[in-house]
Design a protein around this ligand. Structure first.
Ligand SMILES: [Zn+2]
Ligand SMILES: [Zn+2]
Length: 273
């Protein structure tokens, strides 16, 4: 058996993650979907090329919500490559009204119903509702040949539904947006701080770490911390929070589990799920 036949056929790749732009690839090595396109079309095309993917490999674009850091490249990318777009109806409304996205071709829209599964490229996909203040905000759970992944970005709070969808995945992309101390002491206006830390904003390192440490088991292959704030967090702080919770809860970390923060601007290459 050669090296490549041992690797999972199901891969994830982050092209960008954070409040300045989010874009992920989920699929097989030769076809799959993009989750969010919050960077320029040019950056997306570069990301695809670097990973031996072409726009033709992308069978759908799944959108989590209509905030600009998730949809910025949608109009230009789909004008060049008319790829079907999947999102919640309220999210489409937001996209149609968005300054940077209002010219997106409505014929490309496919409405998703939260908690009703669908399949693209043999990948089972389920959108689940999240308490974030973007319109029609959802997270996504994926399954392919027994491998599972949940992407929970911009989730505001860990309610029952979100917890359940993360718990059932053996690969997790979870928001770890801000360090509580950095946000409190930082220069953001009071109302913005309230919004970020509130139930419809973002998850802190601590909230995210506590939950991951609570549900951790040796079958989890990858824990990827996403959407780190540029001003109120550092990758070191996010990772430290998580290891601290593992220590406090006396969790033994299995050698087969990888834990890492998704870089803000650099692509990760294929992560085998
Ligand atoms: Zn965001
Ligand atoms: Zn958002």
């Amino acid at each position: 058996m050669d090296l490549f036949s041992c690797l999972s056929p199901f891969v994830f790749c982050s092209f960008a993650s954070g409040s300045s732009g989010n874009c992920y690839y989920v699929g097989k090595q030769d076809e799959g979907v993009l989750v969010d396109v919050g960077i320029s079309a040019q950056q997306i095309l570069t990301g695809l090329r670097k990973n031996d993917l072409s726009p033709q490999c992308i069978k759908a674009i799944l959108i989590t919500h209509d905030h600009i850091d998730h949809v910025k490249g949608l109009e230009v990318l789909t004008k060049q490559y008319p790829i079907p777009i999947f999102a919640h109806a309220d999210c489409f409304q937001g996209i149609k009204e968005g300054k940077a996205t209002k010219k997106v071709d409505a014929a490309l829209f496919n409405e998703i119903e939260p908690m009703q599964g669908f399949t693209i490229c043999d990948i089972d996909i389920l959108a689940f509702p999240v308490m974030h203040d973007g319109r029609g905000a959802v997270g996504y759970h994926f399954g392919f040949e027994g491998h599972t992944l949940t992407i929970a970005t911009d989730i505001g709070m860990l309610d029952k539904v979100v917890k359940e969808q993360i718990r059932r995945a053996d690969n997790i992309v979870i928001e770890s947006n801000y360090d509580v101390e950095m946000l409190e002491k930082g220069s953001y206006p009071y109302l913005l701080k309230q919004r970020i830390a509130g139930p419809f904003g973002h998850l802190s390192n601590l909230e995210s770490a506590r939950f991951v440490a609570e549900i951790y088991h040796a079958g989890i292959k990858n824990i990827m911390l996403c959407h780190l704030s540029e001003n109120n967090n550092t990758p070191e702080r996010a990772m430290h929070s998580l290891y601290e919770q593992f220590r406090l809860k006396r969790v033994h970390l299995d050698a087969s589990t990888s834990i890492f923060p998704l870089p803000r601007h650099k692509d990760t290459g294929f992560v085998y799920l």
